[in-house]
Ligand binder design. Structure first.
Ligand SMILES: *Cc1c(COP(=O)(O)O)cnc(C)c1O
Length: 452
C-alpha cells in the first residue's frame, strides 16, 4: 500500500515513510492511494478481540512490516487497556449506545492512536538506528496520550506544547508527572491554535527538521487516523444484529481526526447512515456543514477544552475527497484559506455528514439529562454528542474521555465528582514543565538545546 499527499507533491510513499514523515514534504497530509475494501466477514461477524481486528485492519495499509512484527506491535499497543474489550459499546436505551473510548492509559480516545504511534517510533529507531525528537501541540488529551505512548522509550525525546491555563489541571498533571527524563512539557501563553502554529512553522523548516530528526505527533499522522478507524468497525460488530440498519455515529469533534477516521471506514464498506460532527461553541465545522462556508473565528475557551479549535488540521483530508482526489484544487483552496481565513466551497455536498454545536449551558444540561435519564455520567466532550438524538436511527455516541478527567464541570452539572484511581494518584506527584517564550524562535532555541 502506498500513501499520497493531499497536495500531490512527490512520489507515493510506503507505510514506514508516511509514518516517519508525519506531514508530507509538500505540506500536505498523507492518505492511502486507494482505500481497500473491508472483507464482509469483518462487518458481519461478532466482535473479534480488539487486537485481532486491529491487526486485520492495519495489515491492509502496513505492507512494510512482517506479519509477526505487526502482531507484536498491535499487542503491545492494545494489550494493556483496563477493559478487555478496549472499546466497549454500552447500551443506554433501545436506540442509544455509547462507544467508550476511555479505557486506555490516559483515559481518552487518543490512546488508541498514540499507543500505536509510540511503539512504531520505538520500532523505527530500532530499525534505522537513528534517534528522533517528537514535537507536538496539544489542547490537552493529545499531549498526555503522546507522552504516555513515548515516556521512557529509548532514542526518543518528546516536546509537547500546550496552552497555559487552558487545559484541565488533571490533563496537565498527566503530562508533567510522568517522571520520565525524555519528556518535555511546555506551557505556552495563548491558545491551542497558537501552539499549533508554532509547531507547524518549525515542522515546515526542513533544515531544522532534518537536523533534529523532528517527528510530528499531532493528529495529522496518518497512522493515528488508521488506528482510530478500527474502533468504528469494532463498534459495529458489537451491535445486536437487529440494530445494524441506519447507524449514526456522533463524534465530539475538534481537529476532525476522529470523525474522519470513521468516515474512511465507511468508504471502505462499513455501512453507516450518518456521521454527526458534534462541536462545542467553537463551531467552525458546524457552520461549515450547515452552509459550506469554512470561516475561522477566534477561539472561545469552553467546558470541552480538547475541542477548543478553529482550524481543524484534518479538514484538508476531507477537502481532498470532496474535490474528488484532485490535489491541485485542494492546494488552491487551502492556500486561499490560509490567506483569507475563509473559504466557500463551490457545489458543496455534505454527503452523509450532519452537525450540531453545544454552548457551555448545553454541555451542562446534557450531562444532567444523561445522568437523569440513563444513570450514566458523560464527560463534557461526550456531552456535546448528546445535543441531538435521532429517533429512527441507531445512535452511537463516541465517549471520547473519562468524566473523571473533568471533575469541575461534572460537579457543576450534577453536584458529584467522578473519580479514577490512576488520576487520584497523580495529585501527589511532582510536576515538571519548562518555561519557553511563545514563539517559533523561542521554541526552536529550546529544541536546539534539549534535543536528543
Ligand atoms: C481530541 C479530543 C476530541 C476531538 O477529536 P478530534 O479528532 O480532534 O476531532 C474530542 N474529545 C476529546 C476528549 C478529545 O481529547
Amino acid at each position: 500500500m502506498k500513501f499520497v499527499s493531499t497536495r500531490g507533491g512527490g512520489d507515493p510513499v510506503g507505510f514506514f515513510e508516511a509514518f516517519a514523515n508525519g506531514l508530507a514534504p509538500d505540506g500536505g497530509l498523507y492518505l492511502p492511494q486507494n482505500l481497500p475494501l473491508l472483507s464482509s466477514d469483518l462487518i458481519i461477524d461478532d466482535a473479534l478481540p480488539y487486537p485481532a481486528l486491529a491487526w486485520d485492519f492495519l495489515s491492509l495499509f502496513d505492507t512494510d512490516h512482517d506479519a509477526d512484527d505487526l502482531i507484536s506491535l498491535v499487542d503491545r499497543s492494545y494489550g494493556s487497556f483496563s477493559d478487555t474489550m478496549n472499546a466497549p459499546l454500552t447500551q443506554l436505551a433501545h436506540n442509544i449506545f455509547v462507544l467508550e473510548l476511555f479505557h486506555g492509559p490516559t483515559l481518552a480516545f487518543k490512546d488508541f492512536g498514540l499507543q500505536l504511534v509510540g511503539n512504531l517510533f520505538e520500532d523505527q529507531i530500532e530499525r534505522t538506528g537513528k534517534s528522533i525528537n517528537v514535537l507536538g501541540a496539544t489542547s490537552g488529551d493529545t499531549g498526555s496520550a503522546a507522552i504516555h505512548g513515548l515516556a521512557n522509550k529509548k532514542g526518543v525525546h518528546c516536546f509537547i506544547l500546550y496552552p497555559k491555563g487552558r487545559i484541565s489541571a488533571l490533563q496537565e498533571r498527566q503530562m508533567t508527572c510522568t517522571g520520565a527524563k525524555n519528556i518535555f512539557p511546555i506551557p505556552i501563553e495563548g491558545t491551542f491554535d497558537d501552539a499549533q502554529t508554532i509547531v507547524k512553522e518549525l515542522m515546515s523548516d526542513l533544515a531544522l527538521k532534518n537536523k533534529l530528526r523532528l517527528s510530528a505527533v499531532n493528529s495529522i499522522n496518518i497512522v493515528r487516523v488508521l488506528a482510530q478507524a478500527i474502533y468504528y468497525v469494532h463498534a459495529f460488530m458489537q451491535l445486536p444484529p437487529d440494530d445494524r440498519d441506519n447507524v449514526r455515529f456522533v463524534v465530539p469533534t475538534g481537529n476532525f481526526g476522529n470523525i474522519f477516521a470513521g468516515w474512511m471506514a465507511h468508504q471502505m464498506g462499513l455501512p453507516v447512515d450518518q456521521f454527526t460532527v458534534a462541536t462545542n461553541q467553537n463551531d467552525i465545522l458546524h457552520r461549515f456543514f450547515t452552509n459550506g462556508a469554512y470561516k475561522a473565528a477566534s477561539v472561545k475557551p469552553s467546558h470541552a477544552p480538547s475541542m477548543d479549535i478553529q482550524v481543524a488540521s484534518n479538514f484538508e483530508r476531507f477537502l481532498y475527497y470532496h474535490n474528488e482526489k484532485d490535489p491541485r484544487t485542494t492546494t488552491k483552496m487551502i492556500k486561499k484559506f490560509q490567506k483569507d481565513g475563509a473559504l466557500k466551497i463551490p457545489k458543496f455536498n455534505r454527503g452523509n455528514f450532519s452537525s450540531t454545536a453545544s454552548s457551555n449551558e448545553d454541555i451542562l444540561a446534557n450531562i444532567r439529562k444523561v445522568k437523569e435519564d440513563y444513570d450514566y455520567i458523560v464527560d463534557p466532550h461526550t456531552a456535546c454528542g448528546f445535543q441531538e438524538i435521532v429517533p429512527d436511527k441507531t445512535n452511537i455516541i463516541l465517549a471520547t474521555a473519562h468524566p473523571a478527567k473533568f471533575p469541575e464541570v461534572i460537579k457543576r452539572a450534577i453536584g458529584e465528582t467522578p473519580t479514577d484511581d490512576s488520576l487520584e494518584a497523580l495529585r501527589k506527584k511532582r510536576q515538571k514543565r519548562y518555561a519557553v517564550e511563545a514563539s517559533a524562535d523561542g521554541v526552536r532555541e529550546f529544541l536546539e538545546k534539549h534535543a536528543g
